[in-house]
Design a protein around this ligand. Structure first.
Ligand SMILES: NC(=O)c1ccc[n+]([C@@H]2O[C@H](COP(=O)([O-])OP(=O)(O)OC[C@H]3O[C@@H](n4cnc5c(N)ncnc54)[C@H](O)[C@@H]3O)[C@@H](O)[C@H]2O)c1
Length: 432
């Protein structure tokens, strides 16, 4: 039986909700502090303000829900630990925008100054330590960095069964405070690393940047395959059989997105540059990612039949299974197509609302079939299983021309061609 703590989680986004619901499922009591009234209202009504598989079922459990108390400000009651999970999005200049963090830490100051330990679960750019302590106004010996490594689409699962728990400490960390942090966040069977704050932040930035490098590399191989008439899926299968290399994060596409990988790639590049270092590898991966999205948009335009100006974009989120459109490659391509005077009709099972807000010129359809009717080309923008199961035979008759560009390699090319489609795919030889 684990000891039960009274915890304050700040920020009810993907990480904050996974943290709050995950810790509540372990028996802790949570004050979940959030500034957005729409998110608070949803939570108070017993609904999740985001789409995340498995999390709504956990939140529907009365025992878990009873332990999560959504609050708009610092709770009056006791707190054993503050866990800060607010956003640190990429700012205009490619650096992490730390304003949410500053306001959260300043708000938490009274608790910190009364001796409550604080962990930052948000992703920090390496080297931001001094201002963190200043904003929290507290004794650095009770402030910790505990980066989260979850992947959206499996956020709660990853929180509950992490690959590792990393705790970054400042010099002369208070042993009693560290013990509370370990008791709340450790305890599983995975390795627990206690390191410096700079090391913790670099483990996080470095992990995400490495994942981004692998994806960029797979996408670059796909471009090469297209030019050489080879199939990248075969090439990657062969590469992945080498146990030193593996197959994970080598799924080719037309770019990666989300709130983490593009940001951390830019962040680690800028941290290095601020130190006078030329970050050749990470800066090239960022540029490659942008160029893969532009190249894909050109490819879509190149197969649009003469006279047709309508493109159906199936999948608008940054990946399947989420409603998150932050840095979504599908939306970026839609934006480029709209910029070229084309009409883009988008469909996504979860992300339509946020996609419309993010890209005002985008037209939305309520179903995939509606988006496809009258379109000159269908673009597969995410790997949603729904797109595989569509009745493509029936759809061929409703499109202005049966052309598919598969940006995620989810459809079977020979089946699509047998149904009369011109089928083009990332990293595949161009069809006749
Ligand atoms: N999304 C992921 O997959 C993921 C994975 C690992 C780490 N991270 C990192 O975790 C952090 C959070 O990411 P996210 O995706 O959950 O972000 P998010 O934008 O979904 O959620 C952040 C929440 O914090 C709230 N907030 C902002 N300021 C606040 C304040 N002062 N008080 C209370 N609430 C406040 C916002 O309103 C928002 O609801 C980021 O640093 C991100 O880089 C994200």
């Amino acid at each position: 039986m684990i000891e039960s703590y009274h915890l304050t989680v700040v920020g009810a986004g993907y990480v904050g909700l996974a943290t709050a619901i995950g810790l509540a499922s372990k028996g802790h009591t949570i004050d979940l502090m959030e500034v957005r009234s729409d998110r608070l209202e949803a939570l108070r009504a017993g609904e999740l303000p985001i789409h995340e598989p498995g999390m709504d079922a956990a939140f529907a459990d009365p025992a878990i829900r009873a332990r999560v108390h959504p609050v708009s400000g610092l709770p009056d009651g006791p707190s054993d630990l503050i866990l800060v999970c607010v956003g640190t999005p990429m700012g205009e200049n490619g650096r992490s925008d730390l304003r949410q963090l500053q306001s959260a830490l300043e708000a938490a100051r009274p608790l910190v100054q009364s001796g409550v330990p604080l962990v930052i679960r948000s992703t920090l750019p390496a080297g931001s330590n001094d201002q963190i302590v200043r904003w929290a106004g507290g004794d650095q010996t009770r402030i910790f960095s505990n980066p989260e490594f979850l992947a959206q689409g499996r956020a709660l699962e990853d929180f509950l069964a992490p690959s590792r728990v990393v705790i970054g400490t400042f010099p002369e960390a208070d042993p009693a405070a560290l013990a509370v942090v370990k008791a709340v966040l450790g305890g599983g069977s995975c390795p627990l690393l206690v390191v410096t704050v700079a090391e913790a932040d670099l483990i996080k930035n470095g992990s995400n940047a490495y994942l981004a490098l692998k994806l960029s590399y797979a996408n670059e191989l796909a471009v090469l395959c297209e030019e050489l008439g080879a199939d990248v899926m075969t090439v990657i299968e062969g590469i992945g059989l080498d146990p030193r290399l593996g197959r994970k994060y080598m799924q080719p596409g037309f770019g990666f997105g989300g709130s983490c990988l593009p940001k951390d790639l830019r962040s680690i590049t800028n941290v290095g540059r601020d130190l006078g270092l030329e970050m050749h590898v990470t800066s090239a991966a960022s540029e490659a990612n942008e160029s893969h999205q532009r190249r894909f948009a050109r490819r879509v335009i190149s197969v649009l039949p003469p006279g047709s100006k309508r493109v159906a974009m199936l999948g608008l989120a940054f990946k399947a299974g989420t409603d998150d459109v932050r840095s979504s490659p599908a939306l970026r391509v839609a934006e480029l197509l709209i910029g070229r005077g084309l009409e883009v009709v988008g469909y996504d099972p979860f992300a339509a609302h946020d996609a419309a807000l993010a890209l005002p010129g985008l037209r939305l359809a309520a179903t995939a079939e509606e988006a496809l009717a009258g379109a000159g080309v269908a673009v597969i923008g995410t790997e949603s299983p729904e797109f595989i199961d569509l009745d493509w035979r029936a759809i061929a008759a409703t499109m202005a021309s049966p052309v598919v560009v598969d940006g995620r390699r989810v459809l079977d090319g020979s089946t699509m061609r047998a149904l009369g489609f011109r089928y083009e795919a990332v990293g595949a030889p161009t069809s006749a």
